[in-house]
Write a protein of this length. Structure first.
Length: 726
């Protein structure tokens, strides 16, 4: 084709490389297949156990070395057909020297790069410890198979292992809690998922009808087990309930009270379940449902209209995660889940932040060197993409080398991909309610979707790299967290490094832990202030609780005397006195104060009779008790979530000691002293600096007063010890 002019030189080279890549992969599979016949072969044992090396290195030893990279990183068309056992020819040896030399130089450079990344990770996560057994949150993450461009990065089984369920898992067939068929274990909220559980839950699928037409006996049902709608019009207390109205527990109660015995309904067992079957399209070629999509009512109805009566689904699985943990300090044991060192629920006091940082950082140094053991052979996942990509994700870089990818802000399907009169390409997404969302494509990216494809929120429509900050701005915290998790996980998975998701989630939690004040309401903060999400929740909780007592407080202050005069600004900015000290609060004065925006008053907290007695006292040392009372509803603090890079998140930590000992020491100390910051020594690093026990493990307060009792040992025990020395 090249000779006939159908391919240019670049495309010809690409096609040749594809052929050799396929041949190398086939040979690698055959090599592994042959080695499997000899399970006690030492080389295979090392590779298969994950102790050292990988199948790619095995291929180079016993199969063929494959394609190599030249000094610029471009793949050389001619592969090395020999392996190390048989030996390389002179030309093959020469070809392989490029990559080997490049690998040696890069090892020295990248080791320091990975070391610095580890230090930043440790600093951002060092204060996170397990502080409580259960924070009690109802929130969680939806368990999914992590995928990138239809390639599985992490199986559902691996995602589930070691986690705790946030809600019961419901069997799609029965509507009851899912049970393990062999052990009888029920998968209810707060159940920890072990190896066998993860295997069973991830492989559990059921084929269920899209719609069921049935008569619902009202006396036997308190609440429908699936999403249900009225099949026909029903008249209730003079009001006409049209067909298609959702049947809720409240509606059933009203229908029972109206004397109805049964009603005709359409129930949709598939709604709320996760689709795991093949691709379904309607007669117009529009994709109706995506793999791993949570089916909603609109999708279920479209499937039925297109003639699909049954669907293969799995239950929706919501697991607890450190990303949704609501512990005031650190994280709770239930949201963290299993301690991977002993396969039991994690203990209170475990320094999980340090464990996470080390778990991610240690393979970073290993990762750099591991790639260079390949001897510079051309691989799709070279470390130049690996570690720098991980670093740019953790540091949430704004400027990236890759062009910016456009992502969908809505759920729908691709209506059209067109080019306007000026040559600009556009992608049109039609949402479920028929609205059209238009996206302009830049010249440097290509569409990744086709007409008729179903797209979900946050999905990339083009080639390039999604900017996490933009994703955060448009779609919020959870889609951003999932994007970061998937992308970072992919970097490590490409190199064959397996790290549990909880470690990545803990670092991502720290990156998402701060909020920016948009409207301070009636607080002392300023717009633009950065606060931790826990602190903001605490501030707003106090405001809401205080607001509940306002009516009671207004009653209480009537008839009491003001302990301070009250001044307010008029329209010209001048101070005007509204009330004097010692003035009694009447209903009229109270209404005036509220009208003028006075939210708190300081009163003498005694009845009028007692107040007059105290005034008559000659003793000058007598102090009349005072009390500050809120008389007006206060506005809570409004904020928006922020995505901070790990370095910034470290410097913005509540404790200034940790931040100052990390980077930018003069700036941190200056700002902290100006603000009058107080370090309450919550983190590990701060306590090490001041020479105290760290607040983790046996350094916790609950271990501080343990008394050791000495008990005498019997003669028999002493003799036994002598006979059997350790």
């Amino acid at each position: 084709m090249y000779r006939k002019g159908f391919l240019n030189a670049e495309n010809r080279s690409r096609e040749i490389i594809k052929i050799w890549e396929k041949a190398t992969e086939e040979l690698m599979n055959e090599t592994v297949k042959e080695f499997r016949k000899y399970p006690f072969n030492p080389v295979f044992m090392m590779v298969d156990s994950g102790a050292r090396g990988n199948v790619d290195q095995l291929k180079q030893l016993a199969g063929m070395r494959g394609l190599m990279a030249d000094p610029s990183g471009k793949t050389i068309e001619v592969p090395i057909i020999s392996n190390f056992r048989d030996g390389l020819t002179e030309l093959e040896f020469f070809t392989s020297t490029h990559g080997a030399r490049k690998g040696s130089a890069d090892t020295a450079l990248r080791t320091s790069f990975a070391g610095y990344l580890t230090r930043r990770l440790v600093d951002v996560a060092q204060s996170v410890t397990v502080t409580t057994p259960d924070c009690g949150t109802e929130q969680g993450l939806e368990a999914i198979e992590l995928m990138s461009d239809d390639v599985t990065i992490e199986k559902l089984e691996e995602f589930l292992f070691g986690r705790v369920l946030a809600v019961d898992i419901i069997d799609p067939r029965t509507g009851n809690v899912l049970k393990h068929p062999e052990t009888g274990k029920e998968y209810t909220r707060n159940t920890m998922i072990r190896d066998d559980d993860a295997k069973f839950i991830s492989s559990f699928k059921a084929t269920i009808p899209v719609i069921r037409k049935e008569k619902l006996k009202l006396l036997k049902v308190a609440k429908p087990s699936h999403y249900t709608e009225l099949a026909s019009n029903v008249e209730l207390e003079g009001e006409l309930l049209k067909a298609g109205t959702e049947v809720t527990g409240e509606l059933l109660h009203k229908l029972k009270n109206a004397g109805l015995k049964e009603i005709e309904v359409h129930s949709y067992p598939a709604v709320g379940k996760v689709y795991v079957g093949p691709v379904f399209k309607d007669k117009d070629g529009v994709q109706l449902v995506r793999y791993q999509e949570k089916i909603n009512v609109v999708t279920a109805k479209k499937m039925y209209e297109a003639g699909y009566t049954e669907l293969e689904v799995r239950p929706a699985i919501i697991v607890r995660s450190v990303l949704t943990c609501e512990a005031e300090q650190g994280v709770c044991a239930a949201c963290y889940g299993m301690d991977l060192s002993n396969h039991d629920i994690v203990n209170v006091g475990e320094a999980v932040g340090i464990v996470a940082a080390q778990s991610i950082g240690e393979p970073g140094t290993q990762l750099t060197m591991r790639t260079f053991h390949t001897g510079g052979i051309a691989t799709g996942a070279d470390i130049t993409r690996g570690l720098p990509r991980a670093e740019e994700l953790f540091e949430a870089r704004k400027k990236l080398k890759d062009p910016e990818a456009i992502f969908s802000e809505v759920e729908g399907f691709v209506k059209d991909i067109s080019i306007d009169e000026k040559g600009r390409r556009k992608v049109f997404i039609e949402t479920e309610d028929g609205k059209i969302k238009e996206y302009d494509l830049s010249s440097v990216v290509k569409p990744k979707v086709s007409i008729g494809d179903k797209v979900l929120k946050g999905e990339a429509l083009t080639t390039g790299t999604i900017r996490p900050r933009k994703l955060m701005e448009k779609l919020g915290v959870i889609p951003t967290a999932f994007y970061l998790l998937r992308e970072i996980k992919q970097v490590y998975a490409e190199q064959g490094v397996e790290i549990h998701d909880k470690h990545f989630e803990l670092i991502i939690r720290q990156m998402l832990s701060m909020v920016e004040v948009t409207d301070p309401g009636d607080t002392d903060h300023l717009p633009g202030d950065l606060l931790s999400i826990q602190k903001v929740r605490e501030i707003n909780k106090k405001i809401y609780e205080a607001n509940k007592k306002v009516d009671e407080n207004r009653e209480y202050v009537l008839g009491k005397r003001l302990a301070r005069r009250i001044l307010v600004e008029d329209d010209d900015g001048k101070l005007v006195k509204l009330a004097s000290e010692n003035e009694m609060i009447t209903e009229e004065l109270l209404n005036t104060l509220i009208e003028k925006g006075v939210s708190d008053v300081i009163i003498y907290d005694v009845e009028e009779e007692e107040y007059q007695k105290l005034l008559e006292e000659v003793n000058p040392d007598i102090i009349i008790p005072e009390r500050e009372v809120q008389i007006k509803m206060k506005e809570p603090l409004k904020f928006k979530r922020r995505l901070l890079r790990i370095t910034k998140a470290s410097l913005e930590s509540e404790g200034w000691l940790s931040a100052a000992s990390f980077q930018q020491t003069p700036q941190v100390l200056t700002e902290s002293s100006v603000e009058g910051k107080v370090d309450k020594l919550f983190g590990l690093k701060e306590n090490v600096i001041v020479g105290q026990l760290i607040p983790a493990g046996t350094g916790l307060d609950m271990y501080a007063n343990i008394q050791v009792e000495e008990t005498p040992i019997s003669e028999f025990e002493i003799e036994g010890t002598e006979e059997h020395p350790a």
